[in-house]
Write a protein that binds this ligand. Structure first.
Ligand code: EPU
Length: 438
């Protein structure tokens, strides 16, 4: 049974922590290694549960994975890729969204792929229709069976013209991982261009792929006969960095996030500054701090890159509970990513959620009964409460709230945070937080 994590809030977080590679690049680069004829080496790999899950998925498909967790190095040898046992695949059902990205590489390597029921955070329906449509575009045949989805490519995979209805990160990665070795030319329009997607393009280019990214969100890929291995340093985790930035603000502290990079965080940094947060940007990292003056309310909406990332939204909402006035947050990427606000209200916040598109443009969730806009009145003193982690980013946001609250909070389901935040207990200790587990 998972332990309960108790936090005594009210202490400013002070000190330095390091962020390593982005969860949302590392897991995809690991899948890319399957496409190579020779071994790949990935550096700056964080010691998180999602890396463990993808390592296991690679291993059951015959990839030899050697990991030095302390050094953050992963060596993957795909010379003996083989079919996995259905029971082994099934053992990973519900644990991650990454298996869907195994399809293209497995079709190239083995001619078939079996995908278990997917997991990931419950922040909306999280369908896989774009992924399956993409695979069909390349000529794959998708057969939904009781044990999962069985995908084959009886005539091989052919390059295709694909337009995404929405610039989905995962569907864009699906196209990349499939097109690089498909026959002929692929053109993807309305692609996602998140920095993690661009970093995956860099990984694939190192392997021998030919991919160009145009300014209008179009990606073109010329399929090649074979790919080699890669050696790559993963882009730093800008979601983790922003989470610690918000923790510094909410606890009225000062945290130097070693490894945080300015460019991929530009939109977050603008928002943080508009709230009134302090920052010193250096080559080595970014120090985030509370300036000692009142924080300001803002109106923001999440969007695909270069907009404000949806994954920054949850920690920012906690910071906005401490801002002076009425803030508005319009979540346009996931239909159900504001459910976590209920527990913040139990802690003394004042947040109301609405179905309407508030404070910005109308989005695809307007008038569809999804509570996807939040109005936050602050500043409100938070107090300790008993809370349960709902999802990865929501969970870390509860941790931030608990660190800034008066008294003790008891958080259940804390292990979920291990999926994406490396050594967060050690980092909390380094920053002077008071917590214990039982
Ligand atoms: N969508 C569909 N059909 C699909 C795929 C997506 O309707 O087949 C919808 C989703 O439901 C969502 C929107 O499209 O409303 C965008 O989803 P996207 O495909 O971009 O998300 P993802 O690839 O599943 C990744 C990250 C998420 C991050 C999003 C957006 C990984 C493993 N996950 O998810 O990260 O929020 O992109 O940037 O890369 C997290 O790290 O906590 C996390 C949830």
């Amino acid at each position: 049974m998972s332990s309960t994590f108790h936090v005594r809030g009210g202490r400013p977080l002070e000190g330095e922590i390091t962020v390593r590679g982005a969860k949302n690049l590392v897991s995809k680069a690991m899948v890319a290694a399957l496409l190579g004829e020779s071994p790949s080496v990935l550096h700056s790999v964080p010691d998180i549960r999602d890396v463990q899950i993808v390592s296991e998925l690679l291993s059951i498909h015959g990839v030899k994975v050697e990991r030095d967790a302390a050094a953050g190095t992963l060596r993957m040898d795909p010379s003996n890729v083989e079919r996995a046992h259905v029971a082994d695949i099934d053992a990973h059902a519900g644990s991650s969204r990454i298996p869907i990205l195994f399809c293209g590489p497995l079709l190239h390597r083995l001619g078939e792929a079996i995908i278990p029921d997917l997991g990931g955070c419950r922040i909306g329906d999280r369908p896989i229709n774009y992924h399956l449509d993409v695979l069909r575009n390349f000529g794959a045949v998708v057969d939904k069976r009781e044990m999962g989805i069985h995908i084959t490519a009886p005539n091989g995979l052919q390059g295709a013209k694909i337009h995404l209805e929405y610039p989905s990160v995962g569907a864009t990665e699906q196209v990349l991982l499939t097109a690089v070795r498909a026959h002929g030319f692929t053109e993807l329009t309305n692609a996602a261009v998140e920095p993690e997607v661009e970093d995956l393009i860099s990984v694939l280019q190192k392997m021998g792929a030919i991919i160009s990214l145009q300014t209008d969100r179009t990606i073109t890929i010329e399929g090649v006969e074979s790919l080699g291995g890669f050696e790559h340093v993963a882009i730093p985790d800008r979601i983790e960095a922003a989470s610690w930035a918000c923790a510094a603000l909410v606890t009225r502290g000062s945290v130097f996030v070693r490894g945080a990079q300015q460019k991929p965080m530009a939109t977050f940094l603008n928002t943080f500054r508009k709230i009134g947060g302090g920052m010193d940007i250096t080559e080595a990292g970014i120090r985030f701090f509370h300036p000692g003056t009142p924080l300001k309310a803002i109106a923001v909406e999440t969007d695909v890159h270069p907009g404000l990332m949806t994954d920054w939204q949850q920690p920012l909402v906690v910071a906005l509970t401490q801002a002076d006035g009425i803030s508005i947050v319009h979540e346009t990427v996931y239909e159900n990513r504001l459910g976590f606000t209920g527990a913040l209200n139990d802690m003394g916040a004042h947040i109301q959620v609405y179905r309407e598109c508030l404070g910005g443009s109308s989005c695809r969730f307007g008038r569809r009964n999804f509570n996807h806009s939040a109005v936050i009145s602050g500043p409100k003193r938070l107090h300790g409460a008993d809370i349960t982690v709902p999802d990865l980013r929501g969970g870390f946001s509860y941790l931030i709230a608990a660190l800034g609250a008066e008294g003790v909070s008891s958080i259940r389901g804390i292990d979920l945070i291990d999926r994406g935040y490396e050594a967060f207990r050690e980092k909390l200790t380094a920053l002077g937080a008071e917590f214990w587990e039982d």
